[in-house]
Design a protein around this ligand. Structure first.
Ligand code: NAD
Ligand code: TDX
Length: 336
């Protein structure tokens, strides 16, 4: 029997790439997407997907119990991508992060319990470990989130564990590193900098630009998530990384090389508050299930940059909105 799957946040960056992967998977009989369509979600991200008869779409908020109940009914699996996902926005106003990323997850867990869902996959992040100056965090490393965003994701992980232990809700947690690839909203480093470069604007590198992230191609992440649904052990946590550790300044210079633009577009600006210096995770646990990232970094990074370059009109439209946040709010963190 095929599986019916609810994908929350399926109109966002990783969610829309995941739905595309599911469409190639014969085991998947039905895909239902629940998405609020916040500023970062868009049905444009689901071009050539929504007309597939396997796919249905509900616009709604995961916090809304009745909407989520309707979305979850008759499903076998739930994958939760729905989240407020941008660190800088969480520093400006944490409240929507607590609402969606914590209370929203509670609603989905409660409904998964009620509807006897077979598997609930929570898409978490390597940011829950905080800055890892040396070595690599494994799944038992204590959580030390630095931003309201990562604190909200850590809280959701704890809630998932509590629902597994207390109510046997069949939860699996995936902690992925920084994804890159198509359909990412241009508030995030790579699409933002491609867009600003094409507009001949300055590239605001936070602080000294030496912060390190582990860059994982989105398709590899999606394959890992699918594998966890198929083979992951209930109640367990799995790190998903690529061991592609690069400083932001290196990423920026490679991007400028690919676009054949000068380095003097780079401008160092005031650092992000609480800016994590380095993320690095050990992903041997998922490797033992039979997953390895396939992407060759420079090849997929170049492909990603060219994907955005070809969609300059779309990128420009999104950039107008994204830059409004940075110009009006980000240097003016709210004190509540
Ligand atoms: P995104 O911002 O592109 O997408 C989030 C999606 O969730 C959007 O479509 C948005 O409309 C939807 N959404 C937001 N609030 C909602 C709500 N209350 N109800 C229903 N839908 C709602 O984010 P992304 O980069 O695709 O991240 C997806 C998930 O992966 C998030 O949970 C994030 O924490 C996690 N993650 C992301 C990365 C990364 O590098 N992008 C890395 C690790 C983990
Ligand atoms: O304009 C910028 N200048 C800059 O120097 C932006 C947008 C970012 N940066 C730096 C900050 C980070 O060190 O680049 C790095 C990457 O920043 P983001 O793209 O904002 O990602 P990050 O904060 O690392 O978080 C991302 O990866 C983990 C996602 O946004 C999260 O949702 C995910 O959990």
């Amino acid at each position: 029997m095929g599986k019916k799957i609810l994908v929350t946040g399926g109109a966002g960056f990783i969610g829309s790439n995941f739905v595309r992967l599911l469409l190639k998977e014969p085991q998947i009989e039905k895909i239902r997407i629940l998405d609020k369509l916040t500023y970062s979600g868009s049905v444009e991200n689901l071009e050539n997907v929504l007309d597939n008869p396997k796919v249905s779409f509900i616009q709604g908020d995961i916090i809304d119990f009745n909407v989520s109940a309707k979305a979850i009914s008759n499903m076998n699996w739930v994958v939760n991508f729905a989240a407020e996902s941008h660190v800088d926005r969480s520093l400006f106003d944490p409240s929507p992060f607590m609402a969606t990323n914590v209370e929203g997850v509670r609603v989905l867990l409660e409904l998964s319990r009620k509807h006897k869902i077979e598997k609930f996959l929570q898409v978490s992040t390597d940011e829950v470990y905080g800055s890892i100056i040396k070595y690599a965090a494994d799944e038992s490393t204590p959580l030390k989130p630095s931003s309201p965003y990562s604190a909200s994701k850590a809280a959701a992980d704890m809630l998932c564990n509590a629902y597994f232990v207390s109510y046997n809700v069949p939860v699996i947690i995936a902690r992925s590193s920084n994804n890159y690839g198509p359909y990412q909203y241009p508030e995030k480093l790579i699409p933002r900098f491609v867009s600003l470069t094409l507009r001949k604007d300055k590239l605001p590198l936070f602080g000294n630009g030496k912060n390190i992230r582990d860059w994982l191609y989105v398709e590899d992440n999606c394959k890992a998530l699918l594998l966890l649904l198929q083979k992951g052990i209930l109640g367990e946590i799995y790190n998903i990384g690529a061991s592609e550790l690069h400083q932001n300044i290196e990423i920026t210079k490679s991007m400028l090389d690919i676009l054949n633009k000068p380095y003097d577009l780079i401008t160092h600006v005031k650092d992000r508050l609480g800016h994590d210096k380095r993320y690095c995770i050990n992903w041997e646990k998922i490797e033992k299930l039979g997953w390895k990232p396939q992407a060759k970094f420079i090849e997929k990074f170049t492909k990603t940059i060219n994907w955005y370059k070809k969609r300059e009109k779309w990128l420009n439209k999104k950039t107008e909105e994204a830059e409004e946040f940075y110009s009006q709010k980000s240097s003016n963190y709210k004190v509540k």
